[in-house]
Write a protein that binds this ligand. Structure first.
Ligand code: FAD
Length: 506
């Protein structure tokens, strides 16, 4: 029987897409979306800033306070965009453009200065400063014996069932490659320490390749080059958007990521069986009479089914759900997002490219006097990575520095002094780029506390355990727990989870 009332907890992108898909799947069911704050979107938030530019013109610039680019591979996200009619708002970045081809590292430990381009083909690798790190490690890997360690569980002779990104790259390639390449990548996606992130959760293809290649990731990737024929075929209503995305690297929207949230909000508000309630701080979810009572500050809501997209530590804080397993295992990273706007074209400010990442210092994050004193994770060249969001076109340059994560903010002025915080980081930016820069017309600092979960090794197994508990007993499969800390942090992962909610409820 179809659910009578579904409560969706949390109005971030996972909750919004859950409510959207549930309202289509169950058009006769009442769906109530409960969001604690007075806005929807969670970490997705774009803002327009007006800045003066030489000649008396006014620049209109989109700043992202959270996610800024979307990967083209997520069919669930393309489907959502199609169903919301957002096609005309899309801005794509071709894979052949300098923005996609030029991704840099800033390696303060290397002794050199400036940015190092990450090679994109064998020829560019040969002439790269990274060749001594990448070439011998990759060449040897295919000949190195299988070295997946045995499980620490003495009762079994099995191999480990998961590993950290740093460990798998170190044991297959080299510790230096793992540090320089692996840690940089994880700084860019998770703002976290690659020694702590699960390879199966964050880079399943690497784990799978190791298995398929008889221990060698290189051999496994070679075997898998034709695609994964074993993966199930799901039909998505993408309206042919895959065609538009062919040959593209990333994309966003003319009005920034907020366009996705605004379109979802409008659609939900105009859908008869959906009610959106802001400022509804969920205090508890009590299993009752084959359903749930959702406690709210003023009145309670009775629901036959619940989808929670709340951060897992918040689910743990709900008294009746605190005994659910594995809710507090994963820590969260905090990131300070610092945007700089210059009233000049980008070629006067930085090289054309996506931006740069900085690897973990050789001496670690906590060592005194390490090579990255301000704790910068990386910088995105926003005007290049997603062009033509701002007007007048090409006359302003925006860049965003991500700071914190495993470094914390101890090397910086107090976070509440945002003016000084931004000023110090502008000096850092000049040092990284190795040049004097004109003063920015706008610096925007936003501290995003506990915003990205670090999915520790064993994460997938723990989430299976949680799912099993929710499938039985007093929950009876009527409570689903989803969100960035469950099945992947990218916007595409979140939308995909929203799409899958409530599939077995009728
Ligand atoms: C700085 C930053 C940059 C990122 N960059 C990218 C990127 O470029 N590309 C990409 O794909 N991904 C990126 N991500 C990741 C992605 O944005 C997030 O993983 C995703 O937005 C999380 O969505 P969510 O709905 O699962 O969680 P959230 O956005 O955290 O939503 C949860 C919602 O629950 C609400 N809530 C909390 N407690 C309660 C309560 N008790 N009752 C009711 N509501 C409650 C919150 O207010 C919030 O609205 C980035 C994330 C950050 C922070």
């Amino acid at each position: 029987m179809a659910p009578s009332t579904i409560a969706v907890l949390g109005g971030g992108i996972t909750g919004l897409s859950s409510a959207f898909h549930l309202s289509r799947r169950y058009p006769k069911t009442k769906i109530v979306l409960l969001e604690k704050s007075n806005r929807l979107g969670g970490w997705i938030q774009s803002k327009r800033v007006k800045v003066p530019i030489p000649g008396g013109d006014v620049g209109n610039v989109v700043l992202e306070l959270g996610p800024r680019t979307l990967r083209t591979q997520s069919h669930a996200l393309l489907e959502l965009i199609n169903l919301l009619g957002l096609q005309s708002q899309i801005i794509t970045t071709p894979a052949t453009s300098p923005a996609a081809q030029n991704r840099f590292l800033y390696i303060p430990d290397s002794g050199g200065s400036g940015l190092t381009r990450i090679p994109t083909n064998p020829l560019s690798l040969l002439f790269s400063r990274l060749a001594p790190i990448i070439l011998p490690a990759v060449t040897r890997e295919a000949f190195r014996k299988s070295n997946r360690p045995a499980s620490s569980d003495a009762s079994t002779s099995k191999e480990i069932e998961d590993d950290s990104i740093d460990s798998i790259l170190s044991r297959r390639f080299s510790p230096e490659l793992a540090r320089v390449m692996g840690s940089s990548l994880i700084h860019g996606i998770y703002a976290s320490d690659s020694r702590k992130v699960s390879v199966r959760a964050a880079m399943p293809i690497v784990w799978k390749a190791e298995g398929m290649g008889g221990g060698s990731i290189v051999k496994g990737l070679w075997k898998m080059r034709g695609g994964d024929s074993a993966s199930p075929t799901i039909t998505y209503e993408t309206g042919g958007l895959e065609k538009l995305m062919k040959g593209m690297s990333v994309y966003s929207f003319k009005g920034g990521m907020q366009a996705l949230v605004d379109a979802l909000t409008e659609r939900l508000q105009n859908t008869e069986n959906v009610e959106v309630r802001l400022e509804s701080d969920v205090k508890d979810v009590i299993p009752k009479n084959s359903g749930f009572e959702v406690s709210l500050p003023t009145s309670n809501l009775t629901a036959s089914h619940v989808v929670s997209s709340l951060p897992l530590n918040i689910v743990h804080a709900l008294p009746s759900l605190s005994s659910l397993p594995n809710l507090t295992t994963n820590p969260h990273s905090s990131v300070s997002v610092v945007s700089f706007i210059f009233p000049f074209p980008l070629d006067t400010i930085h090289p054309a490219g996506f931006g740069y990442l900085i690897p973990r210092p050789k001496s670690g994050y906590d060592a005194p006097n390490h090579s990255n004193p301000e704790g910068v994770l990386g910088v995105v060249f926003d005007s290049c990575s997603v062009a033509s969001q701002d007007t007048p076109h090409g006359q302003t340059t925006k860049m965003t520095m991500m700071v914190g994560g495993p470094y914390g903010l101890s090397g910086l002025p107090p976070p509440e002094d945002t003016k000084l915080f931004g000023k110090v980081l502008f000096e850092t930016l000049k040092r990284h780029l190795g040049k004097e820069l004109p003063p920015p017309v706008h610096i925007e600092v936003n501290h995003r506390w506990n915003c990205i979960p670090t999915l520790l090794p064993g994460h997938l197994g723990r989430m299976e355990e949680l799912k099993d508990v929710l499938a039985g007993g007093q929950y009876g499969g009527r409570l689903e727990v989803v969100g960035s800390a469950v099945q992947g942090v990218s916007v595409g992962d979140c939308v995909s989870q929203g799409r899958e909610t409530g599939q077995g409820w009728d």
